[in-house]
Design a protein around this ligand. Structure first.
Ligand SMILES: [Zn+2]
Length: 175
């Protein structure tokens, strides 16, 4: 029976695995690469800064706030298998491909002279329309890029060099 918690050492952003054998933090398979996963841990920030912040808040509340703020979120280099490396990126890649395709189309049309080069009313409007379409496309791709969490778990810090990952079900690598 596995556990829902996974405790790992943390050195900067690098995770330290037992037996130095990393595994995909989403499913436990052999890892292909790492992806940066960020977590927020308010409790840790409160705990870590409570002592110093009494003094900092006395000087100025902004100092205390800034000191706590830099502790609230933390990042880890999470090893992931190829499936979880690609997941959530396919849509992003498709968006970029579509954008490049539209750009090439615009270039080809310009070179072939389909779009009039001389500033005629229709030609100018067409060109402006295409450029606006491209800019809008880029904005959409940026605005609606996938923001889904990479790992199916929450991250907590026990201390500066110890991280606990909490899974909904069984944590990978704990069987
Ligand atoms: Zn995986």
């Amino acid at each position: 029976m596995g556990s829902r918690e996974l405790r790992l050492g943390l050195l900067g952003r690098t995770l330290l695995f037992p037996d130095e054998r990393p595994f995909c933090l989403a499913c436990g398979r052999r890892p292909l690469a790492t992806r940066i996963a960020s977590f927020t841990d308010v409790e840790f920030a409160d705990r870590e800064t409570s002592g110093v912040n009494t003094l900092l808040n006395f000087v100025h509340p902004v100092l205390g706030w800034a000191n706590r703020e830099r502790m609230v979120s933390f990042k880890i280099d999470a090893p992931v298998c190829w499936i979880h490396f690609l997941r959530g990126r396919v849509v992003d890649l498709a968006m970029i491909a579509l954008f490049v395709l539209a750009l090439v189309l615009l270039l080809v049309l310009s070179i072939q002279g389909v779009i009039p080069r001389r500033p005629g009313e229709l030609g100018a409007a067409l060109k402006a329309g295409l450029v606006a379409f491209l800019i809008l496309g880029a904005w959409f791709a940026y605005r609606f890029r996938s923001k889904r969490a990479i790992l199916p778990c929450q991250g907590r810090r026990e201390s500066r060099d110890r991280v606990v990952l909490l899974y909904e079900g069984e944590a990978p690598g704990t069987k």
